[in-house]
Design a protein. Structure first.
Length: 250
């Protein structure tokens, strides 16, 4: 893999990791179309860069979650139990991911990516027709953990699935955005632990890391802007078009 190829894939990861268009799906497609042999190690390394972005972008929210759970027990605060909710979500995510991980190579095919992109399309479009009014509870946390677990499948966007299902359960939109990415922290870290023994390091990964961090921060800021204006559903246009192109043109 050349420097230009690594930079290009890093930029794609930086955008697609946050927008509901599936970063893993895009990497699989580009690796197939461009015949770039990036491999699992490269994919995981880019996800670690994404983890760094989450920790920085949501540093205030992370501190708040730990403070409310461990130090300041404000019984009326809607996020007082979020640390435990995230832990519960993570248990369900890990359970599903462990089942799917051994079969992952089967899903790393353009045809499979196209199918899961259609599922992402339907979920993202469905957010156009929902209203939000509830705080997150234990049942929501379990459901979102399950959803996130299935999102290891290339083409099934993690952010798209979690946000769409959260909105379908009528969770307040400000909570949806924060929870959808805070719950990704243990998921991304867990994927690293799960694959660590199979990873190989190359110096070019360092450049890719920097590019991914910069682009990811900009993309995450864009997504927040879009959600605040209730336009999240419009991403369905892209995922639908990409899925149809894969199925009927390429």
């Amino acid at each position: 893999m050349s420097i230009l190829e690594s930079i290009f894939l890093s930029m794609v990861q930086g955008v697609a990791e946050w927008l509901p268009i599936s970063s893993s799906g895009h990497l699989v497609l580009l690796e197939n179309w461009l015949k770039i042999e990036a491999g699992l190690s490269f994919d995981v390394f880019l996800h670690i860069a994404s983890l760094v972005v989450i920790l920085f972008f949501f540093k205030k929210e992370i501190i708040e979650v730990f403070t409310l759970a461990l130090v300041k027990r404000d019984q009326k605060h809607p996020r007082r139990n979020w640390l435990w909710y995230i832990a519960l979500s993570s248990v369900f995510t890990v359970a599903i991911a462990l089942v799917l991980y051994p079969k992952m190579e089967y899903f790393r095919r353009p045809e499979a990516v196209a199918d899961w992109l259609l599922i992402t399309t339907a979920l993202v479009l469905s957010t156009r027709f929902v209203s939000s009014k509830r705080d997150i509870n234990w049942w929501h946390a379990a459901a979102l953990g399950l959803a996130q677990g299935f999102a290891v499948l290339p083409g099934l966007s993690r952010s798209g699935v979690v946000i769409a299902i959260a909105l379908a359960m009528k969770i307040k939109k400000d909570q949806v955005f924060d929870y959808a990415f805070l719950v990704a922290i243990p998921a991304i870290f867990g994927s690293f632990i799960l694959t660590a023994k199979d990873l190989n390091f190359e110096w070019i990964y360092l450049l890719s890391f920097v590019v991914t961090v910069v682009v990811s921060y900009l993309a995450l800021s864009l997504l927040k802007f879009v959600m605040q204006r209730n336009k999240f559903y419009l991403f369905f246009i892209y995922t639908l078009a990409l899925s149809l192109i894969i199925k009927f043109i390429l």
